[in-house]
Each structure stands twice: as structure tokens, then as C-alpha cells.
Write a protein that binds this ligand. Structure first.
Ligand code: G3H
Ligand code: ZN
Length: 277
């Protein structure tokens, strides 16, 4: 069923396990992620980014499809809008039925990020929807990798108190869109932030982090683990191999199935890992 983010994130946090949050680019992804979560009987976050909405040209068709996948799932599934810089898009996702949004004001001047985040929180909370926000920009969103940004524990505590956000994305050494998994996380900082703020923490750019790196981050206090690029890497590799071996195939179902199968297996492996730390 479709559930809200706060309940599943809080329960993961209290159990000290990770909550897998995977980006839906195509409908096939949402279907594969749900199958993986059902196989393990664990909750899942299906997230749709503002960029993915832009790719599809509109929120509604892909958004409705995600909601249908969540409602039909045998495990708790959150429909979450990811990296929305557009407040109007946050509103439209909530009106469509999304149970959670990430308002990303991390590129704004600090004061403006705080004010707009607080407004989004007020609007969403009135409608029973949770909000994730980002403090200290996690690099790589514009193609430039900058793993040096850091969120200070004091700033994080004040930001959460000022804005009322339900989850906080922090900069601790990861960077978005990495296709290799060598990012080094600052686990001591994760520990300090986790002690300073009462809400579950979110790791962005987890594709750049190794399996053991993610496990250490979860042990240090990270809860929601966002993975996108890594799944595109395994999907594309599988499709490429399939097409190279079968150059006569023209039916996209055949090569998409090849990609979806490895994505499902990889998500199962990751979810199992997050729940075994
Ligand atoms: O919000 C989405 C994530 O932070 C995904 O980042 O593509 O580097 O895994 P990634
Ligand atoms: Zn992100």
C-alpha cells in the first residue's frame, strides 16, 4: 500500500536499518523496485525527480503510474517527489497523491532556503504530507563533482528547528551521479549530525558509495539511502550486452526485460544489505 515517509523512516531509524529510496526514470523501474521489495518484505521509497518529470514532459502520467504501483504493492511504499526546486511542482505532486516531497533549496542563499522550506513544510503538513530538505549542497547535480561540501551539526539542528522538516539530506562526502563507487564518507560527521538532529537523515548520491560504505553510514546514523545512477549503470550494461548478442531483436520488451531483471536483482541485493547492517 501507499504510505507516508515519516512512519517508515522513523521505524527504520529506530531499528538502525537503511530505507532504500530508488529513482524512477521509467515505469519499468517502479515495477522492478516493487517486485524486489516484495520479495524481501521490506518498505520502499519510489522517488521521482523534477528532472525525470521534465524528461516525461509532465508529472501526471508517470506520477499516476508510480501511485498505482505503490497502492498495488504488498509492502509499504512511499511515493516521493525528489529534488524539486519548483514549489508549484511540490504542490501538484501532493495534489496528485504523493505522500512525500523533497523541496531542494540547497542552491538558494541560506536565509531563502530556510524561508521557502518552512513555507513548503507548512503547506504539506496541513495536508498530511512529509517534507525532506537539503542543507549544505550535495554536489554533482550540475555534472560537477564536489565531494567537499559539509553540513555542520549545529546548522543542521537549527535548520530542522526553524523549518520543521521531517527528514534532512546532508552533505557528508558523497556526490551525485557517480558511476564509480569510491566516495569516502565522513562517518564521524554523520554520527554528530544524527545526535544533533531528531529527524531521520538522508544520504544523496549513494551510487558513488561502496556496499561497505553504505553499511557504515547506516551504522553511523544514516536512514534513507538514495540510489539512482548505479541502477542506470547496471540497467544500461545489461541492455548493451543483450543487444550486442542479439543484434536482430527490435522488440523493446526483450531488451528492457534484460535490463529490468538485473535492476530487480541489484535492488534486492541492496535492500537486503541495508536491512542486515
Ligand atoms: O536524489 C537522488 C539521489 O541522491 C541519487 O544520486 O544518482 O548519485 O545515486 P545518485
Ligand atoms: Zn539527490
Amino acid at each position: 500500500p501507499l504510505v507516508d515517509l515519516v512512519s517508515v523512516a522513523k521505524s527504520a531509524k529506530s531499528q538502525g536499518v537503511g530505507l532504500g529510496a530508488f529513482n524512477v526514470v521509467l515505469l519499468d523501474h517502479a515495477e522492478a523496485f516493487v517486485r524486489a521489495a516484495e520479495a524481501l518484505d521490506v518498505p520502499l521509497v519510489l522517488q521521482l525527480s523534477q528532472n525525470a518529470v521534465k524528461y516525461h514532459g509532465a508529472l501526471e502520467p508517470i506520477g499516476e503510474a508510480i501511485l498505482a504501483c505503490a497502492r498495488g504493492a504488498k509492502v509499504p511504499v512511499v511515493a516521493h517527489l525528489d529534488h524539486a526546486e519548483d514549489v508549484d511542482l511540490c504542490h501538484r505532486a501532493v495534489e496528485l497523491g504523493f505522500t512525500s516531497v523533497m523541496y531542494d533549496g540547497s542552491k538558494l542563499p541560506d536565509e531563502q532556503n530556510r524561508e521557502t522550506t518552512a513555507e513548503v513544510v507548512k503547506w504539506c503538513h496541513e495536508r498530511g504530507v512529509s517534507v525532506e530538505a537539503e542543507l549544505g549542497e550535495v554536489g554533482g547535480k550540475n555534472g560537477v563533482h564536489d565531494p567537499s561540501a559539509r553540513t555542520s551539526p549545529e546548522d543542521a539542528a537549527k535548520f530542522v528547528a526553524d523549518t520543521g522538516v521531517d527528514l534532512l539530506a546532508v552533505a557528508v562526502g558523497s556526490s551525485h551521479a557517480m558511476t564509480t563507487r569510491g566516495a569516502k564518507l565522513d562517518n564521524e560527521l554523520i554520527r554528530q549530525i544524527a545526535q544533533a538532529v531528531p529527524v531521520p537523515l538522508v544520504l544523496h548520491g549513494s551510487s558513488g558509495v561502496s556496499d561497505e560504505g553504505m553499511a557504515e553510514a547506516i551504522r553511523a546514523g544514516m536512514t534513507k539511502i538514495n540510489v539512482s545512477t548505479h541502477l542506470n549503470v547496471v540497467f544500461t550494461q545489461a541492455v548493451r550486452e543483450f543487444l550486442a548478442e542479439s543484434p536482430d531483436v527490435v522488440d523493446p520488451r526483450k531488451y528492457f526485460r534484460a535490463g529490468n531483471e538485473v535492476v530487480e536483482a541489484e535492488v534486492k541485493r541492496l535492500l537486503n544489505w541495508y536491512n542486515e547492517v
